[in-house]
Write a protein that binds this ligand. Structure first.
Ligand SMILES: Nc1ncnc2c1ncn2[C@@H]1O[C@H](COP(=O)(O)OP(=O)(O)OP(=O)(O)O)[C@@H](O)[C@H]1O
Ligand SMILES: [Mg+2]
Length: 743
């Protein structure tokens, strides 16, 4: 079917044809024939790169241009949401019937808000978690949504991400039973079951626009699915490195998946050394500039330095611990072909369009704490493999699993390459997950009776797949817990949320975390210090990654606990009576100690060395701690602990920025993090007023500041530069650039 023949407004078709799209791909055509442009609910299950997004775009245009509708696009991850946001930009020149241009919005951030301004957009792109939070806040514009697109819905099977997506879909169907659902998924075994749940038609295809050759490598030999084999140059004993060198030497780009953040970094370091000799001089120059850009983006961090180092050699790593700024630079420069090899954690396997001629899957086992190593599902393998050979970038793609022995090669061939994807199963009915959704159901006024709650959860995929009775017992247990903890109460025959329950639900924290914080603030220690709060949040269920002390840290930890004994809001268990509790306490104390060192300006290098904590884990710890201290502030305010409010709000900023109190005013400036603030402070520039009056030449001369940052600083504090100062700066900048090109 030609794009021209689509039952769609001409301007929309023009946008597509001008971009060179002329024909629909077969899965797209099937979707149109199935009635997706006539308002039918559809589950489209088709392989990676088969163009599922375009179906969503066409359907969105139909809603916006013909039915005055509004579209919610749900994505499982921020990076993917940004990519979709970019893709939708091409339609912003089209005018709607009211004469206004189509507008696209993206909302993926902070969970404690209802983003009312988002409602003015025609397409709103969010992550599943953000959508859940918006629903909890009863955001008004959600009622106006006429089309919901849910991307990567096979992730319902994922224990971490699935339940939220499931509840969001059930909730949206509850709010507006007439809403059109377009659900995009990988090919899975039980598409029919999924479609039945959503009252949708299903379209399943096996079609892919670009050939994907799947194989396994041992040392220097690749065995392909079709029985063929290929030898590549054997330059090391490591198959991954051989594969990478082969790819780069033939002028292509590779994406190598590693199981963990740590492994993605160490693999990038190894690769960068190997591919260095194959980069051209002009490319090296451009990579050096890119490395400088990385160092100048945001605050100077150890992770940023590691990234800049490998980028100089055409390699990068990508994982959720990177700052947003760095992540975007890496994604863009990989797409532009500057970065030749990207190592990544599996989050990049979801939906992204990347120019990877070759995907290398280095680890097919994943580690789950408390469970050990397990082989990843076929579904996840297919997602990783599917990043290779994307239509925009390549004519074909190779996806290569790495094996160490021949047995392993046969195992991988049989259990991944030749295997069918599994069925997906709802992971909703676990009390830890469900109690928060039961509370949200009541707190956000979706149901006020036990029956109403059962009815809502009776509409979930879980109830559809198993049995509504199976989930009832878990709901009852959750209700019991919420009553006991006074998050819900009975008012005549209605179940209502108490103000505590409502706030916990809005803050997007586990109800048990809410209880821990409430009780600690009420029975608080005397004196209450930052350490008391740090230990309190470290103790909550929502605090992760959980840490354990190493043996050689015990003495230091013991001192820390003794020093702060009176400040802890929880008793130290007796190791002879409660060994597990005692060890958990040590872990919590370690987290408090790590956070305390962080906000007392211990450098990252020192922290990595002292606590053996990886940069990625450190950032996760910090961002979770910040969120939980903010939640504590909100609960302290609710329970009228007025004396704690200022302490908690200052602590939130100190954790976020990692600074002592004296730097708080400087770090409120953009581009000024802990390292630069310390440089300014130590040179006598201690307040915003000091920045205002400091001569620009002094700022420029300071380490880590330089001309760009100095200019930005002056602009922010509202002091304009004199003309001669500008001239001076510009000539200095020109000199610096000259020396860079010389290099
Ligand atoms: N009809 C078409 N003609 C040419 N190119 C197309 C067409 N439809 C989609 N594409 C291109 O195909 C690429 C892959 O599309 P898309 O990202 O939608 O795949 P997908 O099916 O969502 O894959 P995944 O399962 O990996 O998310 C995009 O770059 C898109 O621009
Ligand atoms: Mg997709």
């Amino acid at each position: 079917m030609k794009i021209e023949e689509l039952p769609l407004h001409d301007p929309a078709k023009q946008v597509l044809t001008q971009l060179g799209l002329t024909e629909l791909y077969p899965p797209q055509e099937e979707a149109v024939h199935a009635g997706v442009l006539n308002g039918k609910n559809l589950v489209l299950a088709s392989p990676t790169a088969s163009g599922k997004t375009l179906v969503a775009e066409l359907c969105a245009l139909k809603h916006i241009l013909e039915n005055d509708g509004k579209v919610l696009y749900l994505s499982p991850l921020r990076a993917l949401a940004s990519e979709k946001y970019e893709e939708f930009q091409k339609y912003t020149s089209i005018r709607k019937t009211n004469g206004r241009k189509i507008s696209i919005g993206i909302s993926t951030g902070d969970f404690d808000g209802s983003d009312p301004w988002m409602g003015k957009n025609d397409v709103i792109i969010t992550t599943n978690e953000k959508a859940d939070s918006l629903l909890r806040h009863r955001t008004k514009w959600v009622n106006d949504i006429s089309l919901v697109v849910a991307d990567e819905v096979h992730l319902l099977n994922d224990a971490h991400r699935g339940p939220t997506l499931e509840v969001v879909l059930a909730r949206l169907m509850q709010i507006n039973p007439d809403v059109q659902l377009l659900v995009l998924s990988a090919t899975i075994k039980n598409v029919g079951e999924l479609a039945d749940w959503l009252k949708a038609i299903s379209v399943t295809t096996e079609w892919r626009p670009v050939t994907l050759r799947e194989g396994v490598i041992i040392n220097d030999e690749i065995h392909f699915k079709d029985g063929g084999a290929q030898k590549i140059e054997n330059c090391t004993k490591n198959s991954t490195l051989n594969m990478v060198v082969y790819t780069v030497k033939s002028g292509n780009q590779a994406l190598a998946f590693a199981g963990t953040r740590r492994n993605s970094i160490s693999l990038a370091k190894k690769i960068s050394k190997k591919i260095k000799p194959y980069l051209s001089k002009p490319l090296k120059r451009s990579l050096n500039q890119l490395a400088e850009q990385i160092l100048a983006t945001g605050e100077r961090t150890r992770l940023g330095e590691q990234l800049a180092e490998v980028v100089r050699n055409g390699t990068a790593f990508h994982h959720a611990g990177l700052s947003g700024g760095h992540r975007r630079i890496i994604e863009k420069s990989f797409k532009e072909g500057k970065i030749k090899v990207l190592t990544a954690t599996p989050t990049l396997a979801i939906g992204m369009n990347l120019p990877a001629r070759v995907v290398i899957i280095n680890e097919y086992r994943r580690y789950e704490p408390g469970y050990g190593y397990y082989p990843i599902p076929v579904l996840e393998y297919k997602q990783m493999a599917g990043r290779a050979g994307r239509p925009r970038y390549d004519k074909f793609g190779d996806s290569i699993l790495v094996a160490k022995t021949e047995d392993e090669r046969d195992y991988l061939m049989e259990n991944y390459i030749l295997a069918e994807t599994e069925k997906i199963w709802s992971k909703l009915a676990v009390e830890k997950i469900l109690r928060s959704h039961v509370l949200a159901t009541i707190a956000s006024d979706f149901a006020h009776s036990e029956q109403g709650i059962y009815e809502f959860f009776g509409k979930t995929f879980y109830a559809h797949q198993y049995d509504a009775r199976a989930i009832k017992a878990v709901i009852q247990k959750s209700l019991g817990f919420l009553f006991t903890e006074k998050m819900i109460e009975l008012d005549k025959n209605n179940i209502l949320a108490t103000p505590f329950g409502r706030r916990v639900s809005e803050l997007y924290i586990d109800p048990l975390t809410g209880v821990t914080i409430r009780d600690a603030l009420t029975n608080r220690a005397d004196p209450v210090t930052d350490v008391s709060f740090l230990h309190m949040v470290s103790r909550t269920l929502d605090m992760y990654p959980k840490m354990r002390p190493y043996n050689n840290e015990m003495d230091k930890l013991q001192f820390f606990i003794e020093d702060h004994q009176s400040e802890f809001m929880f008793d130290l268990p007796d190791p002879w009576i409660d060994r597990i509790g005692f060890e958990e306490f040590l872990g919590e104390a370690k987290m408090a100690l790590v956070l305390n060192s962080w906000m007392n300006e211990t450098t990252e290098d020192q922290m990595i060395e002292q606590f053996r904590v990886q940069p990625g884990d450190l950032y996760r710890l910090i961002s979770n701690a910040k969120w939980l201290v903010h939640a504590s502030h909100e609960l302290a305010s609710l329970f009228k602990h007025k004396d704690l409010l200022q302490k908690l709000s200052r602590l939130t900023v100190r954790i976020e920025k990692g600074v002592k109190p004296e730097l708080l005013s400087l770090v409120s400036l953009q581009g000024i993090g802990r390292a630069r603030a310390r440089v300014l402070f130590n040179s006598g520039i201690k307040t915003i007023d000091d920045v205002k009056i400091a001569p620009i030449s002094k700022l420029v001369g300071l380490p880590l500041i330089g001309a760009k940052v100095a200019q930005k600083l002056k602009k922010q504090v509202g002091s304009s530069l004199e003309i001669h100062e500008m001239q001076n700066l510009n000539s200095k900048k020109a000199k610096k650039q000259q020396s860079l090109t010389d290099f």
